[in-house]
Design a binder for this molecule. Structure first.
Ligand SMILES: [Ca+2]
Ligand SMILES: [Ca+2]
Ligand SMILES: [Ca+2]
Length: 278
């Protein structure tokens, strides 16, 4: 008699949970919390839009906050501009020095940084142009992390984000007369505390650079996103139910949405309140 009573109680509990779950799913079917995993759009570069120029003797203006390897090769341009009023025209001489702009920022080992800038190739000669960035253990030039160490850390393909034209490309693509976007994300290597963002133009190549960003990539976990797809919706309720009723999912710890150590109907309620903002 006692056993029957316990079985009945257990069955009715499961049935009531199922009823709650079905109601929950029906209620949330059309709602979701949008993706919150985001890249924080704060530019770590100063004057990334190349809008501020320090007037020297014409035509030797300098972009504020930037270092120019040879400022006769880098000029403020008002005609071929992607963003704002000005861009940097980088015109290396055919038998002269590389045109280069660069800027150093502080970073931390393990930090993920997104490098994004716009470029426009007007003339392409021999080697063309590429990113040429450094990581430094210290602010001083002599503490550069070597190309060999960077290649070992990133692997060859990814290394070209730092010295090249992006993932797998040794130089920027040579398509002429169109603004293009470089947009890649890399991890800061261990021991690196400074990153130098730089672009080089070689041997008679003329490119324009504008709208330069280096961003700290912040990956946030979203409360209630049990299946980890970046969205809180009915699929997450189903994931919690899978854990509750034994079939399981990958990474079951995330099913404990309210963090009380158990995976139960209260976690479903927590997801519902995330979705409905209650
Ligand atoms: Ca600009
Ligand atoms: Ca989800
Ligand atoms: Ca819980």
């Amino acid at each position: 008699m006692h056993n029957n009573y316990m079985a009945l109680k257990s069955t009715s509990r499961i049935l009531s949970l199922l009823v709650i779950a079905i109601i929950s799913i029906a209620w949330c079917e059309t709602s979701s919390v949008s993706r919150l995993t985001a890249t924080e759009e704060v530019n770590l570069l100063k004057n990334g839009g190349l809008e501020e120029w320090i007037p020297l003797t014409y035509p030797l203006d300098m972009p504020k906050g930037w270092f120019c390897h040879n400022n006769t090769n880098v000029k403020k341009d008002t005609k071929i501009v992607c963003e704002g009023r000005f861009s940097a025209k980088m015109q290396s001489q055919e038998k002269g020095s590389t045109a280069r702009i660069d800027q150093r920022i502080a970073v931390n080992p393990g930090q993920k940084i997104r490098i994004r800038f716009k470029y426009y190739v007007e003339q392409w000669k021999t080697k063309g142009a590429r990113t040429y960035c450094y990581f430094r253990t210290d602010a001083a030039e002599k503490y550069d992390i070597s190309a060999e160490d960077l290649q070992a850390f990133y692997g060859k393909e990814k290394y070209y984000i730092i010295r090249g034209g992006g993932y797998g490309k040794t130089y920027l693509p040579s398509d002429l007369n169109v603004w293009q976007t470089f947009d890649e994300t890399v991890e800061v290597p261990p021991t690196a505390h400074y990153f130098v963002f730089g672009v080089n133009s070689y041997f008679g190549t003329t490119i324009y650079v504008d709208d330069c960003w280096v961003m700290d990539v912040i990956e946030t976990t979203v409360k209630g996103d049990v299946n980890g797809d970046g969205v809180v919706d009915v699929a997450d309720i189903e994931s919690v139910l899978s854990v509750m009723f034994g079939s399981g999912i990958d990474g079951e710890t995330s099913a404990d949405v309210n963090g009380d150590g158990n995976v139960d109907i209260s976690d479903v309620v927590s997801i519902i309140s995330e979705i409905t903002n209650l």
